[in-house]
Design a protein around this ligand. Structure first.
Ligand code: HOZ
Length: 426
């Protein structure tokens, strides 16, 4: 029995499903999850000593590749001084300044420990600041596992949604309206109907939790206008896209300015950090200044902040994002060409250091289109690649990530593996 299998069997005895986050269990692709022993640059090694080119990158944070020496050094130096104080530190000011300098819409920022905390707190802030209850979210956009956000669309366009998890009472989601991503008309209709009750619209401005789905031209601009016209707040959930698609996230690429932004992943450099921030007048509603309560023992943790600060500094090197985007493009173009030669129905897309692979004719623009892709073909491709030492996300509904260590040689090795993998699908 392989050590991965042994560990998985053992893990299942004390950990639900053997994992601490469901997608890691390989349920949608089948097979045994790889237990990772170590990682460096673009590679991870499993407990059977198999080496993989990694396109999961810890689901986004590993933008500099794994175990970047300067980030590791910063963590070690911070750890020596104590792991957690539950009191303010200078590092928290430095990272708040670094974030606010880089993302101008974030005039003030509060640190938390995860993306879920960031989005949950941003929603509470929006409700507290507007005095309204209803929120709009989009099908296929994932904003962490807070109760009011675990919702899928109801049967009609303007019905409130249904929980996507048991344990979420209907009463908890009665204020969540779920609409189709990229359907501006639906948002307009919702505002016409409920305008004065809507606290906020929350959106992944480039969706990364239903594979990768980009906004259509005018969609984000339209959301901005509708929110402004109706006194609602626009929340960009840039947990995944923040410092990943460009130096100012999607807002920097599109010029659309949200009122509140949520961040996590990259800003922690691999350590648990999240953040939400935005207009100063909105942020002033947060306790201890305002009446919206939010707190956390490990918020602004000094070791995590050290990793994040160092990461942000390294990302500021000139040309960093151009090079990253170039490597992602080489990957998706190369894969598309090889799929084409093998006669496999396939499309791919990328933005900055993020990419999507779709077993469908075209790049999707909605959850419905993503869902129509050939999941079985993805599953077979995933395993063909895994066997050849390439680790993609174990789900057809997750985006992939390229780091600055995915150089030409690494991309070429991936494409060589893909050439064989695609040929075995037909
Ligand atoms: N939230 C991640 C998927 N979009 C999964 C995180 C994990 O399993 O580490």
């Amino acid at each position: 029995m392989s050590r991965n299998s042994e560990l998985f069997e053992r893990a299942c005895k004390t950990i639900p499903g053997g994992v601490n986050s469901p997608v890691r269990a390989f349920r949608s692709v089948g097979g045994t999850p790889r237990f990772i022993k170590r990682a460096n640059g673009p590679y991870v090694w499993d407990e059977d000593d198999a080496k993989y080119i990694d396109y999961v990158g810890s689901w986004g944070p590993a933008i500099l590749g794994h175990a970047h020496p300067e980030v590791i050094k910063a963590v070690q130096e911070a750890a020596v001084n104590g792991l957690s104080f539950g009191a303010p530190t200078e590092g928290e000011i430095l990272i708040a300044e670094a974030i606010c300098e880089r993302i101008p819409s974030m005039e003030k920022v509060r640190l938390v420990s995860s993306g879920t905390e960031a989005t949950m707190s941003a929603i509470r802030l929006a409700r507290g600041a507007t005095g309204r209850s209803k929120i709009i979210k989009f099908e296929g956009c994932y904003h962490g596992h807070a109760d009011s956000l675990l919702v899928k669309a109801g049967s009609g366009m303007l019905t409130f949604g249904n929980p996507t998890s048991s344990g979420v009472p209907l009463e908890f989601i009665q204020h969540t309206l779920v609409l189709d991503f990229n359907d501006l008309q639906a948002v307009e209709t919702a505002f016409t109907e409920y305008g004065k009750e809507i606290a906020c619209v929350i959106v992944e401005p480039v969706a990364g939790n239903m594979n990768l789905v980009k906004p259509k031209a005018g969609f984000l601009e339209g959301l901005r206008k509708l929110c402004s016209d109706h006194g609602a707040l626009l929340i960009f959930d840039e947990v995944m896209t923040g410092f990943r698609v460009g130096p100012q996230g999607v807002q920097g690429l599109t010029g659309v300015t949200p009122d509140i932004t949520t961040l996590a992943k990259v800003i922690g450099g691999g350590m648990p950090v999240g953040a939400f921030g935005g207009r100063a007048d909105v942020m002033e509603h947060i306790a201890p200044v305002g009446a919206v309560y939010q707190a956390g023992t490990l918020s602004g943790n000094p070791v995590a902040v050290a990793a994040g600060l160092t990461t942000l500094r390294l990302l500021s090197e000139p040309g960093f994002y151009d090079r990253l985007a170039e490597q992602s493009k080489k990957l998706v173009q190369g894969l598309t060409e090889r799929a084409g030669s093998a006669g496999v129905l396939f499309a791919a897309d990328s933005i900055g250091g993020m990419f999507g692979l779709y077993f469908s004719l075209e790049v999707p623009t909605s959850f419905e289109e993503v869902s129509a892709a050939d999941v079985d073909l993805f599953r077979r491709f995933f395993h063909e690649m895994l066997e050849r030492g390439v680790y993609f996300a174990p789900s057809a509904f997750e985006a992939g990530f390229v780091s600055s260590t995915h150089d030409d040689e690494v991309i070429q090795a991936t494409l060589d593996a893909a050439e064989i993998a695609f040929s075995r699908l037909v």
